[in-house]
Design a protein around this ligand. Structure first.
Ligand code: AR6
Length: 180
């Protein structure tokens, strides 16, 4: 892993800066679009690292609605599974974006639990091409994960995998109030 790992909630939540495709966890979450047929950003990186079988598997899923998620194997990835979550496009915040973003974290955690995933890593869903501001997105992500870990058994470790120093700093600042 790349650089410093900061831990919260008695070590059950880690925040780090890395390429999510190299993480040694049971499942990585993809920031996908409704087609689930690949794209740029983290989606493109995951498809390249997993290999062409991932696209074949995604073709059979029939897409997913914004706020929902679907699961496939990880193929060439270290991770056994990829959970393809569709975050909302940011339209200013008055179009249900927060609830949709929260929904895709919860759906991803539900799917992970059903597949006996113990360790799962999330990218900063919706905060790239989809334009969701990083600070409120981090707050929603961390509140959803905290609530899950406090109420459900199964998942032991959650990694928030940031891709830039700025995102990492923001996640750590938000965690000092949401996860401490
Ligand atoms: N590892 C971890 N995080 C990454 C990586 C990586 N290898 N690459 C980028 N990120 P984005 P979105 C970060 O744009 O906003 C795609 O085309 C990136 O810095 O990937 O949900 C899909 O097909 C940012 O913090 O996803 C959709 O059409 C975060 O991942 C659309 O983009 C999310 O940025 C989804 O947009």
């Amino acid at each position: 892993m790349d650089g410093v790992v900061t831990k919260f909630l008695e070590g059950r939540v880690s925040i780090l800066r890395d390429d999510i495709t190299v993480l040694n966890v049971d499942a990585i979450v993809n920031a996908a679009n409704e087609s689930l047929l690949g794209g740029g950003g983290v989606d493109g990186a995951i498809h390249r690292a997993a290999g062409p079988e991932l696209l074949e598997a995604c073709r059979s899923l029939g897409g997913a609605k914004t706020g929902d998620a679907k699961i496939t194997p990880g193929f060439a990835l270290e991770a056994a599974y990829v959970i393809h979550a569709v975050g909302p496009v940011w339209h200013g915040g008055d179009h249900g974006e927060a609830e949709l973003l929260r929904g895709c974290y919860v759906r991803a955690l539900e799917l992970a639990s059903r597949h006996d995933v113990r360790r799962i890593a999330f990218p900063c869903i919706s905060t790239g091409v989809y334009g969701y501001p990083i600070e409120p997105a981090a707050e929603i992500a961390q509140q959803a994960v905290r609530h899950w870990l406090e109420h459900e058994a199964g998942i032991e470790q959650v990694v928030f995998c940031c891709f830039s120093d700025h995102d990492l700093e923001t996640y750590c600042r938000v965690a000092s109030r949401v996860l401490s």
